[in-house]
Design a protein around this ligand. Sequence first.
Ligand code: HEC
Length: 169
Amino acid sequence: MKHPFRIALAAALCLGTAHAQQHDPAMHMQHHGKSPAQKSSVQAAPKDTRQSVYFPKTLREHTLANMRDHLLALQEIQEALAKQEYDRAADIAEQRLGMSSLALHGAHDVAKYMPKGMQEAGTAMHRSASRFAVAARDVGATGDVRPALAALAATTAQCVTCHAGYRVK
Ligand code: HEC
């Protein structure tokens, strides 16, 4: 029970980030009539210790679209695991999150804007996803899904780590 719970928790945390992100513009709308100083005090209310990283606009939009696909990929992986479609779970992980996804995500363009810690979290996530893909394929032979679930939790942990440390501007 331990691992599935942790996955659900980690996924909920990722979702929480996306949710907060989506609600920022609405906050601005609500406080439309206020002065810039008041606006910034509204933004500063929740303690945000993340490092703000500059990405050029197109790259930022591209990155956030990738992020939304990361979340979709996690959802599809969990669904595939529930249906015991381990090879499908592995394919999704490898192609959309794993080392094979680096070219797809234009990782080389984006890496130069990232501080070292952010690059490392990104690399760790791609590696973990590829490890999950291997573990998921193994389930067919071993019949034990737990190593795959642990590898998926390790992957999701990298989403959490990076989100806790960085934001883009
Ligand atoms: C290397 C760092 C890093 C990793 C790893 C990472 N993200 Fe993100 N993600 C970010 C940043 C930075 C943002 C923008 C946050 C902000 O500016 O407030 C973001 C935003 C998002 C968003 C919101 C997108 C939007 O439209 O605003 C989602 C959803 C998301 N990430 C999902 C994921 C998932 C799921 C994973 C793991 C499979 C993941 N991310 C891994 C850095 C990362």
